[in-house]
Design a protein around this ligand. Structure first.
Ligand code: TZP
Ligand code: MG
Length: 215
């Protein structure tokens, strides 16, 4: 069963792949996040991931099953083939990934689509597309989780993109607990994080802070 998109799912959006968790288990970390109340999960297995395609597929199946148990959307980063094979609820694509128009056509009616936009020009181009569920914008702050991240846009840059966009925006990049209130004030619909959750000493408390920023 596919989970439909709603903007509330962007509030506590956990992004993670095997490269982000070292020797720890991604399944266990995701389960802790789900128990804590994350509202979306993106399987982003890339960069220094050492998984084979088969291992990635098997891990993705486990992660999707887990998300389904909690009725939380399972979103695949970048890889349309993998997203279709896993019957994901959503796919997230970057500007340098697969062509967005092609992706929208390939997955139409099967899953929702999110697109990374870090400049006003990218947001204006995204406004011309139909069928996009949400935009991911950042990095808002410096991040150590993505080697090839775009330049930092800061809170003013995020505010500008939110004002231009015709679809909900989830902010990403270097987001810490202390910045959540300011992210919410920009009008962004939520925060997408890797390290805030993978490094959290208390996932329940961290997710509560994420959710409360949008109350
Ligand atoms: N895209 C832009 S920044 C980023 C991605 C995937 C990494 C976010 O990770 P963190 O640890 O929350 O800064
Ligand atoms: Mg599903």
């Amino acid at each position: 069963m596919t989970i439909e998109f709603s903007a509330e799912q962007l509030r506590a959006y956990f992004v993670c792949g095997s490269q982000d968790v070292g020797n720890r288990g991604l399944v266990e970390i995701l389960e802790a996040g789900l128990r804590a109340g994350i509202t979306a999960f993106q399987f982003r297995d890339k960069g220094i991931s050492r998984l084979t395609a088969t291992e990635r597929l098997q891990l993705g199946q486990q992660l999707h099953r887990l998300c389904a148990t909690y009725q939380v959307p399972f979103i695949v980063d970048d890889d349309v083939e993998l997203a279709l094979a896993l019957k994901a609820d959503g796919i997230h694509v970057g500007q340098r990934d697969q062509q967005i128009r092609q992706v929208l056509a390939q997955v139409a009616g099967k899953m929702f689509v999110g697109l990374s936009c870090s400049t006003p020009a990218e947001v204006l181009a995204a406004n011309q597309l139909s069928g996009l569920a949400y935009l991911g914008s950042g990095p808002v702050f410096p991040t150590t989780s993505k080697a090839d991240a775009d330049p930092v846009i800061g809170l003013p840059g995020l505010t500008n993109l939110v004002q231009l966009a015709q679809t909900p925006i989830v902010a990403i990049g270097g987001i810490t607990e202390s910045q959540l209130g300011k992210i919410a004030e920009t009008g962004a619909s939520g925060a997408a994080v890797i390290s805030l959750l993978t490094q959290s000493p208390d996932m329940t408390a961290t997710v509560q802070k994420m959710l409360q920023a949008w109350v």
